[in-house]
Design a protein around this ligand. Structure first.
Ligand code: CP
Length: 328
């Protein structure tokens, strides 16, 4: 399905996309960009899905600094750069960098800024991307900072929702699993606040959506419901079910993780009476939140969702570097 044209004439869009940082082109948090800027990025993603290969980044170097493991985010960012004719430097394992000798994040960012035009960084500390954006003049793209934010994931999630639903407005979005430590649901909630959603939050008490995000919903007049049971009624009311993995790496007590790790698993039979337009999303990797028997159901969309990451990240990188789309 072709996504609907939304808004925007990129040729007229010369101003900085992101603001509020020392370098104004960074994408640190989804909270920093407006609804219009999000829609512009989605329009760009659509352009790149139709035109994936170009030389737009000819002569540009992008650094990918991953202080935490990743498959999709790093490889899709690197694919995005490669498809745009740029070059990639970086590390996927910080233990092979001079961080292991005690070099600070500040010094690392200053050094890499000598070599690259843009830095994509994943870090285990909340606020690390913000900090990096304040000590360099080149754009920083946050590829996940602890349990805080994952804004490029949000852009591919929005793009996936738009492609599958034909709209972003007035949808019932059910988020399931680790809503406390799951940075993807935090960013997605913040983005969807512009689109009049109804949220269902399905989690254990220990992994409930943090109070600050519930407060955002209250403040914005967004309807939300919290559930402990992943009931048929909740499934059948949903347009999107966003499953999440329990974030084992965020637990300090292994016993606490054991208690909650297997609470919610989606099986194919649970989708029998769901809406025709329902789509199942998951940022991946999954552990056992989605049974393999769901994979062949046409409502399973998580692998296509990951593919959309390349287009969303092409959009983010080109916008952060101030490149016109379509090129002049
Ligand atoms: N969705 C996501 O962030 O996946 P990776 O951890 O594999 O990058």
């Amino acid at each position: 399905m072709d996504i609907p044209r939304i808004i925007c004439n990129f040729a007229q869009s010369n101003q900085s996309l992101y603001s509020g940082h020392m370098n104004t082109q960074s994408l640190v948090s989804i909270d920093d960009i407006t609804k219009e800027e999000m829609l512009q990025l989605l329009e760009r993603a659509r352009y790149f899905e139709n035109n994936p290969n170009s030389k737009l980044l000819d002569g540009k170097v992008v650094a990918t600094l991953f202080f935490e493991p990743s498959t999709r985010t790093r490889l899709s960012f690197e694919t995005a750069v490669n498809r745009l004719g740029g070059r990639v430097i970086g590390f996927s394992d910080a233990s092979t960098s001079s961080t292991s000798k005690g070099e600070t994040l500040k010094d690392t960012i200053k050094m890499v800024s000598n070599y690259a035009d843009l830095i994509v960084m994943r870090h285990f500390l909340e606020g690390a991307a913000r900090y990096a954006s304040e000590i360099t003049d080149i754009p920083i793209v946050n590829a996940g900072d602890g349990a805080n934010q994952h804004p490029s994931q949000t852009m591919l999630d929005l793009y996936s929702i738009l492609k599958t639903q034909g709209r972003l407005d007035n949808l019932t979005i059910t988020m399931v699993g680790d809503l406390k430590y799951g940075r993807t649901v935090h960013s997605l909630l913040m983005a969807l606040r512009f689109f009049n959603p109804v949220f269902n939050f399905v989690s254990s008490k220990e992994l409930a959506m943090p109070a600050e995000y519930l407060e955002v919903c209250r403040r914005e007049g967004i309807e939300y419901h919290e559930f402990r049971d992943f009931s048929q009624e909740v499934i059948d009311s949903s347009d999107i079910i966003y499953m999440t993995r329990v974030q084992r790496e965020r637990f300090s007590d292994a016993m606490e993780y054991e208690k909650v790790k297997n609470l919610y698993t989606l099986h194919n039979s649970m989708l029998d009476t769901s809406k025709d337009n329902l789509r199942i999303l998951h940022p991946l990797p999954r552990v056992n939140e989605i049974d393999r028997d769901v994979d062949d159901n046409p409502k399973a969309y998580y692998f296509e969702q990951a593919r959309n990451g390349v287009f969303a990240r092409q959009a983010i990188i080109t916008k952060a570097l101030g490149l016109q789309i379509p090129p002049k």
